[in-house]
Design a protein around this ligand. Structure first.
Ligand code: GCB
Length: 599
């Protein structure tokens, strides 16, 4: 495991850079048999009657179970005219994500291969394109999961075809979920920028480090401007520290951003320019407190999903704005990107609007113990030579590298979550995870690191939480255990939480929730009713309020979401506080009163 860093500056329009979106309708074909790779479908126009929207999951676009339940390759193809003005410039093709892996071609040339469904990848295509002319872009996207993918899973074959098994509780949506870009930079260009901020009283610092390619003989200049555009500090050199007297901090609820303009210059000529929004804030764990700017912070909000009707996991700006509006309405100050890195638009929005984010990798379902009779796959050990092994860990390490590289500069991100509910009570789990914690800290010494603990590894049994700066617990007392018995649940939950509090670390309850069918009511608040969800949350809140070490509560889930079929799921997971079309259940009003401290 090396700590070799990834570099990934998002495409921008600046004085020296331009980008062109490839979003829209692409030619699209399902390819369950894998004929496309054999027949080299990238070599010409894709023969298909279908078109698919980009960005979107393809699964729910068509009225066709073959698309919905597809396992294997799908092909996307479009044509794009390279702007004539890009002559003499470096030209890059960039995918914000392709779930879970992809190969891309420009005309007949293979340009990119990427593993992992939730982080970007790109290819320098300068030598393959002619400004002013059209090129064909073809992508094959594969949605199969293996013991060596993040998240893991496996494919079995029966006489009726392929079956995909996995240990996580959300539908395996796939496709081009985020934007695709063609962008240009000068040949000599900035390739990476890292900022780390500090606050000492009212004195703010912005430590920056930049990297450039082809920049021999060029210099770097950095200028920091406030939200009104006034220059507050400048520096020269590839790295340096900018100091702001009387800094306006970024803080929860107030996403104040400075603009850091980094220029690659030759004398007065700006060869390349890149602008980063910078929030001046600090994050620190002290004892059982989670401090932002030195002040104790209490997380209120949700574990969420990228999940909307028709688009599946496709990013949509209207839902982005609406979901944040609902979070503001209810008094949420934070959320976790359960269970994978979200679209960068989401983090940018959180930066600008002062939301706090726990940023999670796609390492979900590294736990065959969660299979039970529900998800299938029982009988496999989680960690073994034939299941999750050293090769899997290398993929997991790469997922962490790509997450940190992409999100390291977001002030909203205050905590890394390197996995959700992995097996954590075994020595194999301890050995698997320890180096991943070390790696994450090497990549980003400025933020705390944790993972999300599962109920199967309670206090005293978990061997991985010793490596975490913050304890993140998912617990379902009153739902999966003590079902319908909130008094018994309250006692059991209190006992476990008191034990965790003895570890002297801050605790965030990253999941608690109860499936609730909107509109189902009863004077006897039984499971699945709106009354039960309210009573269940109330019980949890009583427990949290008695434990000082609890520094946050994230209800599972913000909204109802799609899962694979199962006897535990009725048209998906119904633990949403909002329905899938974002209508509030009764619990929404309870949370709003609690989080906004309204009577
Ligand atoms: C969990 C998982 C989450 C599930 C949830 C549930 O512990 O982290 O992905 O959806 O439980 O509803 O069962």
């Amino acid at each position: 495991m090396t700590d070799e860093e990834e570099q990934m500056l998002r495409p921008q329009d600046t004085a020296t850079r331009e980008r062109k979106s490839l979003n829209g309708l692409w030619r699209f074909a399902l390819d369950a048999d894998g004929a496309g790779r054999r027949e080299e479908w990238w070599n010409g126009p894709l023969r298909t009657a279908r078109e698919a929207a980009v960005p979107a999951s393809y699964n729910d676009l068509f009225a066709d179970p073959a698309a919905r339940d597809h396992i294997g390759d799908v092909w996307y193809q479009t044509s794009v005219r390279v702007p004539a003005g890009w002559d003499g410039r470096r030209i890059v093709l960039r995918f914000d994500s392709a779930t879970h892996r992809a190969v891309a071609w420009v005309d007949d040339t293979r340009v990119a291969d990427h593993e992992g469904g939730y982080t970007p990848f790109e290819a320098d295509v300068t030598a393959l394109v002619t400004p002013g002319q059209e090129v064909r872009v073809t992508v094959v996207v594969n949605n199969e999961l293996t013991w060596q993918s993040i998240p893991p899973g496996f494919v079995t074959e029966t006489p009726d075809g392929k079956h995909l098994q996995y240990y996580h509780d959300f539908f395996n949506y796939a496709g081009l979920h985020r934007s695709v870009w063609l962008y240009s930079t000068p040949v000599a260009h900035l390739s990476d920028i890292t900022v780390v901020t500090g606050l000492d009283g009212s004195r703010g610092t912005v430590e920056y480090r930049s990297e450039a390619e082809g920049g021999e003989g060029l210099e770097v200049r950095a200028v920091l401007r406030d939200a009104e555009g006034a220059e507050v500090a400048h520096a020269a050199g590839a790295s340096g520290v900018l100091t702001v007297a009387g800094a306006h901090p970024w803080r929860p609820g107030e996403g104040y951003l400075y603009d850091l303009e980094v220029g690659l210059v030759r004398g007065d000529e700006v060869v390349d320019a890149y602008t980063l929004g910078v929030g001046v804030r600090t994050v620190e764990v002290r004892g059982t407190e989670f401090l932002i700017n030195g002040e104790p912070f209490y997380f209120t909000g949700f574990g969420r999903h990228e999940d909307i009707p028709v688009l599946g996991k496709g990013h949509d700006d209207a839902f982005l704005v609406h979901d944040f509006a609902l979070m503001e309405w209810i008094g949420a100050n934070s959320f976790r990107t359960s269970h994978y890195p979200y679209a960068e638009e989401v983090l940018d929005y959180a930066d600008r609007h002062g939301f706090v984010v726990i940023d999670e990798t796609a390492a979900v379902g590294l736990n065959t113990g969660l299979a039970g009779g529900i998800f299938g796959g029982e009988g496999y050990p989680t960690f073994s030579d034939d299941t999750i092994n050293d090769a899997s860990r290398a993929v997991h390490a790469q997922a962490i590298r790509e997450l940190v590289a992409r999100d390291k500069n977001h002030p909203s991100v205050v905590l890394w979550s390197i996995a959700n509910e992995p097996e954590s009570h075994t020595e194999a789990a301890r050995d698997y995870f320890e180096p991943l914690f070390t790696l994450t800290r090497e990549l980003d010494p400025s933020r705390p690191v944790g993972f999300v603990n599962v109920m199967l590894a309670p206090h005293g049994k978990c061997l991985v939480s010793q490596f975490a700066d913050v304890l993140m617990l998912n617990r379902y007392y009153g739902w999966y255990v003590n079902t319908g018995d909130l008094a018994g649940a309250e006692r059991a939950w209190q006992a476990e939480l008191d034990a965790w509090a003895g570890d002297g670390k801050p605790i965030i309850i990253t999941e608690y929730g109860a499936d609730t069918v909107a509109g189902l009511h009863s004077v006897n608040p039984g499971p699945w009713t709106e009354e039960y969800q309210v009573a269940y949350l109330d019980m949890n809140h009583r427990v949290f309020d008695r434990v000082d070490a609890v520094v946050g509560e994230h209800v599972w889930n913000f909204a109802d979401f799609e899962t694979k079929p199962g006897v535990f799921r009725v048209d998906g997971n119904k633990k949403g506080v909002f329905t899938r079309d974002r209508r509030p259940k009764a619990a929404a009003h309870l949370l709003r009163r609690r989080w906004r401290r309204e009577p």
